[in-house]
Design a binder for this molecule. Structure first.
Ligand code: PLP
Length: 396
């Protein structure tokens, strides 16, 4: 049963969705759908005509270069998807079997899975109160409580395992407060690998997300701001790490015109040229997508400013968000009404969804170490992602 109050908030939300995102009566409005133009068609056709559709070709080289230019990273290595990008980034950052890696409790499952693929254990952290990403303030006091400094770095005093890395994730496009995080991690010797899967086009101060840590990763899955069908990339400013990423993702083959020698157990994580062709076209259109998402966010922000019971989640001060998924929160005391509200708007054809179930609540991660998760619990309980496709906006 949906309470009267939930029905009232639900109909207020419906009114906003109708005015901002349009009428969903004829056709449902999805949470996020990609936008393709003649440019994408032309570049993919050209790639097929070239016959270079697989692991080498001009597009995959161009795509890496375009990413370097746009993000300001010295090196961008395209790979098969964002999860593999994280796996290889953690590996070259030095994460070993038996380590612990700090990850947000509120994230897509890939963030924790990539840690597990390295044989390490995810150790879950709380969110900030203003953004869904990790709270650096809480992290700082938490590490003082649970950490024991050792010669090799910080050790979790309860499990005796080294804490070798941290994966800040810029959730829904809102940048984590990287400056204090980098300072804190430098003092403890913790490697910073940014999961920037959701934040292509988001900047912390004047730096692109994913370029502040030792390494960063992007995703070009179909629901992200730019898609290659499936795809990802690793970003870094360190040449030796970039070489290592390139080597490990291309089966660790020692370059030679005809001899097949591999000097490590690498992976076949190369992005196919065909996918990169789509990506080259999409990256050219990124400024258009960003402008449309920003005006969509402005329209939502304005509309929710006078809706009682719902608050719009804004970009943090000093940062520029890509507003990948526009998000609102049900006021905390009414968090229990959230699912009733979701029911109403989804029935009406608006693709709205809650944030992820906290990772430590999933069966495979239920025994992993974790900080107190009060803020993450609240985000899990009261947030709603709104329809956010760039196609919902006319060209600004
Ligand atoms: C999309 C996403 C990834 C990577 O996803 P792939 O589908 O493997 O490209 C990783 N982390 C987060 C937070 C994501 O949203």
């Amino acid at each position: 049963m949906t309470s009267d109050y939930a029905t009232r908030i639900g109909s207020d939300l419906l009114a906003v969705l109708r005015s901002v995102a349009g009428d969903a009566a004829g056709q449902p409005i999805p949470l996020h759908e990609p936008s393709f133009s003649e440019l994408e068609q032309r570049m993919v056709r050209d790639c097929i005509a070239s016959t270079y559709v697989s692991s080498i070709g001009r597009y995959v080289d161009d795509f890496g270069t375009m990413l370097e230019r746009y993000t300001g990273a010295c090196f961008a290595i395209p790979v098969v998807n964002g999860t593999s990008a994280l796996q290889v980034a953690l590996t070259v950052a030095g994460v070993k079997a038996g380590d612990e890696v700090l990850v947000p409790a509120l994230s897509f499952v890939a963030t924790a899975n990539a840690v597990t693929y390295c044989g390490a254990t995810p150790h879950f952290l709380d969110s900030d109160s203003a953004i869904p990403g990790i709270s650096v303030e809480r992290l700082s006091s938490y590490l003082r409580t649970i950490g024991r400094p050792a010669k090799s770095g910080l050790v979790n005093r309860t499990t005796d395992r080294p804490i070798s890395a941290i994966v800040p994730m810029h959730a829904f496009g809102h940048p984590v407060d990287m400056k204090p995080l980098l300072t804190l991690c430098a003092t403890y010797g913790i490697a910073v690998v940014e999961d920037a899967a959701e934040s292509l086009g988001s900047f912390y101060s004047d730096r692109h997300t994913g370029t502040l840590g030792l390494l960063g990763t992007l995703s070009f899955n179909g629901n992200k701001i730019v898609t290659t069908g499936g795809g990802g990339a690793v970003l870094t400013n360190e040449e030796h790490l970039a070489r290592r990423v390139k080597h490990l993702t291309t089966t660790a083959k020692v370059p030679h015109p005809w001899r097949f020698v591999h000097d490590a157990i690498g992976w076949n994580f190369r992005m196919p040229n065909l996918n990169a062709a789509l990506g080259c076209a999409q990256l050219q259109r990124l400024p258009e997508f960003l402008a449309k998402k920003r005006s969509l966010a402005e329209a939502y922000r304005r509309a929710f400013s006078d809706v009682r019971g719902l608050s719009f989640v804004d970009e943090p001060a000093g940062s520029r968000s890509n507003f990948w998924l526009c998000t609102i929160r049900v006021w905390p005391r009414d968090a229990n009404l959230r699912d009733g509200i979701l029911e109403i708007v989804n029935q009406a054809g608006y693709g709205c969804r809650p944030a992820w179930t906290l990772l430590p609540k999933l069966p495979m991660y239920s025994a992993c170490p974790r900080a107190p998760l009060d803020e993450a619990e609240m985000w899990e309980a009261n947030s709603i992602n709104l329809p956010s496709s760039p196609g919902l906006m006319r060209s600004p």
